[in-house]
Design a binder for this molecule. Sequence first.
Ligand SMILES: [Zn+2]
Ligand SMILES: [Zn+2]
Length: 42
Amino acid sequence: MNVAGRPADIPPTEHFQCCTCGGTGLDSYGETCEHCEGLGFC
Ligand SMILES: [Zn+2]
Ligand SMILES: [Zn+2]
């Protein structure tokens, strides 16, 4: 009986890919995507 913690720490791996950079975090110019701020998802 272990109710200490929940193994529900879902890593932010597959989020919503950014529609601007396609998930790379960089725009077509190689600059940080301003839509997702380089996160790759939005
Ligand atoms: Zn986006
Ligand atoms: Zn983006």
